[in-house]
Design a protein around this ligand. Structure first.
Ligand code: DC
Length: 221
């Protein structure tokens, strides 16, 4: 069983995918975390986001894998668990640029497809329904307005005690959308057979129930 959830940053993909996976006994695969681990590696190598050949050369040396601890996905970069290091703004911005690189995508898509061969998965990302798992039984395209997505990020960050500015976050989200949707290779777009769900005015429980309804309509489960 493969459930693909795609959509822009902050639409609620990981929260929803994690809940769905937990309730259905499937494995949750957060593909964004893999692109983030790769971005962290590139930052550590001091490679500029504009240095295409530098990214291509360096990405060969990044060994990325995942494992699960207490049901949570852990991303391992060259033997180091980097889960706690990949949610910064710097990594977000680098990931948005480096994930447009074909070599980076080739490597991580292969890993994602391999994971889905051996287990039932709920996988979230940008190109899961269009590229990684084109045959997925259920495809969801999760969206929300830019303002709502920025407000969710803002609330998350202020809850952690970080000082941030809502307008700046909204601007960065809009820039990431622009890059993710307009890159040449595997841009973020709704798969033809995906069901769109706009979460702007929905709570988490409501979204989970809506998606369970879609899964049941599609699969009879
Ligand atoms: O979902 P996220 O914010 O953790 O993703 C980080 C970046 O990785 C995002 O800018 C887009 C990119 N990404 C991608 O290109 N393809 C995916 N399947 C998942 C993420």
């Amino acid at each position: 069983m493969q459930v693909a959830i795609d959509g822009p940053a902050g639409a609620g993909k990981s929260t929803i995918a994690k809940r769905l996976a937990g309730e259905s006994g499937y494995i949750y695969v957060d593909t964004g975390a893999m692109y983030r681990a790769m971005a962290l590696y590139l930052i550590r190598c001091e490679i500029s986001p504009d240095d295409k050949s530098g990214i291509e050369e360096a990405c060969e040396k990044a060994d990325i894998s995942i494992k699960y601890a207490d049901g949570e996905q852990q991303v391992i970069l060259n033997g180091e668990n980097v889960n706690g290091l990949i949610r910064t703004q710097e990594v977000s911005n680098m990931a948005s640029v480096s994930s447009a690189n074909p070599k980076v995508r080739e490597k991580l898509v292969a890993l994602q497809q391999k994971l889905a061969e051996s287990a039932d998965v709920v996988m979230d990302g940008r190109d899961i329904g269009t590229r990684v798992l084109p045959g997925a039984e259920v495809k969801i395209y999760l969206t929300a307005s830019t303002r709502v997505r920025a407000k969710r990020r803002y609330d998350e960050m202020t809850a952690k005690g970080e000082i941030c500015d809502l307008d700046t976050i909204e601007k960065e989200i809009a820039e990431r959308d622009e890059r993710d949707m307009n890159r040449e290779i595997s841009p973020l777009k709704q798969a033809e057979d995906a069901v769109p769900v706009d979460t702007s005015d929905m709570g988490i429980d409501e979204v989970v129930e809506a998606i369970k309804g879609i899964i049941s309509d599609k699969t009879g489960k």
